[in-house]
Design a protein around this ligand. Structure first.
Ligand SMILES: [Zn+2]
Length: 180
């Protein structure tokens, strides 16, 4: 979120206060803990904006990639953070990335998939198998400053932890929702 956005939101909140009075403080805010991705990020438009912003910054000569469909996965994911279907020009990103411990990697995850789209199907084969993450891919990927740290996060179990946290959150919510 840009500063100007944040200012705009705070202004809207202030205006809201004029009409509604002070905000109700039902739940104490835990300011020290990282927050989930804000609601404004949990829609496909946001994700597609991340995609086109990265595309124009890193691959200015590939505006053709802006027509990709980029969306949050409708299904729960365990293993896959995101996937890129080159034939269908479609990228799907796991909603588990909303988790507080994970949302800072959304951009890096989208960038990883963008690199797949840039290379397309022209990947090297080795022993009859396609090298989706070959040397050329890794070189492209390394241009983004967060990729290395994200890979460390995944390898050290950060993603698995986010998936578990998400599952626990859903279980909790299901328990709290009264059955009719
Ligand atoms: Zn990949």
């Amino acid at each position: 979120m840009t500063i100007s956005n944040r200012r705009a939101i705070s202004l809207v909140q202030q205006i809201g206060l004029l009409f509604r009075g002070a905000p109700k403080s039902k739940t104490p805010k835990r300011a020290t803990q990282p927050k989930r991705a804000p609601r404004s990020h949990r829609n496909d438009d946001f994700l597609h904006r991340v995609w086109t912003t990265l595309r124009s910054e890193y691959f200015p000569d590939r505006p053709d990639l802006d027509t990709y469909t980029v969306s949050w996965s409708p299904r729960r994911q365990k293993r896959v953070l995101a996937s890129c279907n080159i034939k269908q020009r479609r990228v799907v990103v796991a909603k588990e990335l909303f988790e507080p411990s994970a949302c800072r990697w959304i951009q890096a995850v989208v960038y990883h998939e963008l690199c797949h789209a840039v290379i397309g199907e022209a990947v090297h084969t080795s022993g009859g198998r396609r090298q989706w993450h070959g040397r050329e891919f890794r070189a492209l990927e390394a241009r983004h400053p967060d990729i290395e740290a994200m890979n460390v996060w995944i390898r050290s179990g950060g993603w698995a932890m986010a998936v578990r946290a998400n599952r626990a959150r859903r279980t909790r919510r299901a328990r709290e929702t009264p059955t009719p």
